[in-house]
Ligand binder design. Structure first.
Ligand code: 13P
Length: 251
């Protein structure tokens, strides 16, 4: 049985004290969430150390939102996978569309980042998804297949145990426009097939595929009821502990 996950991506929100308070609220409410749902919070890099302290001993796992494509050295401003791991974080998001769009994150860089994250025992949440233009041109299957293949086909079935995929249609992120559960299920099932084509049905069956894009308490139940949707990667609604936990209780 693949792991159900609800992960919050805080993006560039909250100061350190605000983040610590939010993490405390999530930890306090996490006891309400069934134990088969894994909770993850991805915080800005500045928050990882103090938030690691807050989540210690709880069911909430900590994630970075990104890490560098280089191991170490003269890369001013970058944060390595080893640095992320040394904070106590156990996950990192990679390939978020905002990083692909605004910071030139290419599939080639994502291969390097994924290698370094896995080498430092971090689990990876790899984001894929088409933009509006690609969706309207009917290219969403091709775009998602290419993103999955370009990165994940460089890894092994063993590596896939530590990789989660998040399907996030760019047109649904922060727009209030959620993909319908049918639209999301269709592409989740397709992504699972792309994984199966390389790694076999068993690995594909065990791979957690999250939906992200305006997921909120009011639509999470319908999305999570789909057979190939194994949880969510939550942006805006993860900034309110009540909403985040309500989403996690929507299976
Ligand atoms: P929203 O939930 O704010 O649409 O963001 C989704 C997202 O990008 C999570 O990574």
């Amino acid at each position: 049985m693949r792991q159900k996950i609800v992960a919050g991506n805080w993006k560039m929100n909250t100061t350190v004290p605000e983040g610590v308070e939010l993490a405390k609220a999530v930890v306090a409410k996490s006891v309400e969430v069934p134990s088969d749902v894994k909770l993850v919070i991805a915080t800005p890099a500045t928050h990882l150390v103090p938030v690691a302290d807050v989540v210690k001993g709880s069911v909430v796992a900590l994630s970075a939102e990104n890490c560098a494509d280089k191991e170490k050295g003269a890369y001013t401003g970058e944060i390595s996978a080893a640095m992320v791991a040394s904070t106590g974080a156990t996950y990192t998001i990679l390939g978020h569309s905002e990083r692909r769009q605004y910071y030139g994150e290419t599939d080639e860089k994502l291969v390097e980042k994924t290698k370094l994250a896995l080498a430092n025992s971090l689990k990876v949440i790899l984001c894929v998804g088409e933009n509006l233009e690609e969706r309207e041109a009917g290219k969403h299957f091709d775009v998602c297949a290419a993103q999955v293949k370009n990165v994940l086909y460089n890894f092994s079935a063993e590596d896939m145990k530590n990789i989660v995929i998040a399907y996030e249609p760019v047109w649904a992120i922060g727009t209030g426009k959620t993909a319908t559960s049918e639209q999301a299920e269709e592409i989740h099932a397709f992504i699972r097939k792309v994984v199966a084509d390389k790694f076999g049905a068993e690995v594909a069956d065990d791979t957690t595929i999250l939906y992200g894009g305006s997921c909120k308490p009011s639509n999470a139940k319908e999305l999570f009821a789909q057979p190939d949707i194994d949880g969510g990667l939550i942006g805006g609604a993860a900034l309110k502990a009540d909403d985040f936990i309500a989403i996690a209780m929507s299976f």
